[in-house]
Design a protein around this ligand. Structure first.
Ligand SMILES: NC(=O)c1ccc[n+]([C@@H]2O[C@H](COP(=O)([O-])OP(=O)(O)OC[C@H]3O[C@@H](n4cnc5c(N)ncnc54)[C@H](OP(=O)(O)O)[C@@H]3O)[C@@H](O)[C@H]2O)c1
Length: 372
């Protein structure tokens, strides 16, 4: 039996993960954590009966605790760590909407748990710290992001010396063929393919999501920025590709459904039946791939620049973006201002290298600058 803790169980990935696990034999959910949606967390806990439940926003702890019966309950960021300590688990799914759970992820790595990672912000902010620990301790970290899952699958059993480049596909978001001037929030939040949380949906519309994925791919597969290419593929059938030095391209194709990469992260290298409808390749009329327009989507360029600069710069870009997206979702800025805010913060930042605290300080500095 594989015992799983899910951080971010109330979100889009978290709910899909619960669905996937409930269909798999020999997997059980032993811990759940969410940020503030204690009602959904309570419903999940009543149904799944995990050993422990954590609500990160302490304001809701009493309400959660009152309904939890025999399950252990924790609160706050520290509560995530307490839960990981208190419960015996084999796998941690991290699907929080920010890198808030970083210390919990580090603790799980130190306990040699297997990590299934959806939260790209963890690698964008702390990639070398995380991957350094993962390698040192021989821990398995498997991406859930569909593009990175695709690359992971294309690279399985291959020699990295044979790789020419990694090609990440992007659907292009809602504004691929439309102007981004004067767009309404509803249009931004209407992604043409994926149903996701609000933050990542805005990031898809600015293409910052792809930029963050470039940085994530750099850390996961240990390749430099110039070996990571992005192509627009609106059909979202081919989830990414790897090109080898002999000219061969390997790709992973499937119906777009996050349940598939979630399941693969849990069962790799085994492939079990899933609830995702099979792709009928004979009915796929066309697959198109084009170069992204970085003038229209400057966030993609900013992410590449941050990766080239390195040190704390990717974390600063991510933090400035988080703050700018929050301001946009709260109707305090218009959509087209997001990239300018991020670039302004980047221009003021002196990149540093150091321990976790150094990165956390840079993140809080960037958030305060983006707000100003
Ligand atoms: N959705 C996708 O298809 C998809 C695909 C690839 C990668 N990802 C990545 O997976 C992660 C989760 O995405 P999602 O779409 O599932 O997000 P989501 O639906 O917005 O929510 C994810 C979880 O994060 C919690 N949360 C809320 N505010 C938070 C905060 N300030 N800091 C940390 N966690 C917070 C939520 O708790 P409450 O419900 O209690 O507020 C929820 O449990 C993101 O890093 C995203 O980039 C998502």
């Amino acid at each position: 039996m594989k015992r799983v803790i899910i951080l971010g169980s109330t979100g889009s990935i978290g709910c899909n993960a619960i669905d996937v696990i409930s269909r798999l034999e020999n997997y059980s959910i032993v811990g759940l954590a969410a940020y503030g949606n204690y009602q959904r967390l309570t419903e999940q806990a009543k149904k799944l009966r995990p050993q422990a439940v954590t609500i990160i926003n302490q304001k809701f702890y009493k309400k959660l605790n009152a309904q939890m019966g025999r399950a252990l309950t924790f609160s706050g960021e520290g509560g995530v760590r307490e839960m990981i300590d208190a419960v015996k688990a084999d796998t941690l799914i991290c699907a929080l909407a920010s890198s808030l759970g970083i210390r919990g992820v580090i603790q799980a790595i130190e306990k040699k748990m297997e990590i299934c990672l959806a939260t790209k912000e963890i690698l964008v902010n702390f990639g070398h710290l995380i991957m350094g620990k993962v390698k040192k301790l021989g821990v398995r970290l498997i991406p859930i992001d569909s593009e990175h899952s695709a690359v992971y699958q294309c690279l399985e059993g291959r020699n990295m010396n044979d790789v020419l480049n990694i090609i990440l596909t992007a659907s292009g978001g809602p504004f691929l063929k439309k102007s981004i001037r004067n767009v309404r929030k509803e249009e931004v939040l209407r992604h043409p393919v994926w149903k996701m949380g609000k933050k990542i949906t805005v990031d898809s519309a600015t293409m910052m999501n792809k930029g963050l994925e470039v940085i994530e791919a750099h850390h996961l597969f240990d390749v430099p920025a110039n070996m990571i290419q992005v192509v627009i593929h609106p059909e979202a059938i081919c989830h990414s590709l790897v090109q080898f030095k002999d000219g061969t391209l390997l790709a992973q194709l499937s119906t777009p459904d996050m349940k598939l990469p979630i399941q693969y992260a849990l069962t790799a290298p085994h492939r079990l039946p899933s609830s995702t409808p099979y792709l009928d390749i004979a009915r796929v009329k066309s697959l198109t791939f084009t170069v992204p327009n970085v003038r229209k989507f400057p966030c993609l360029r900013l992410a590449y620049e941050a990766l080239e600069i390195g040190k704390t710069m990717p974390a600063v870009v991510n933090a400035a973006n988080e703050e700018a997206v929050r301001l946009f979702l709260e109707d305090k800025i218009v959509f087209s201002k997001i990239a300018g805010i991020i670039e302004g913060v980047m221009n003021k930042h002196q990149p540093l290298d150091g321990n976790l605290d150094c990165y956390l300080e840079a993140i809080s500095w960037a958030k305060s600058q983006a707000k100003a």
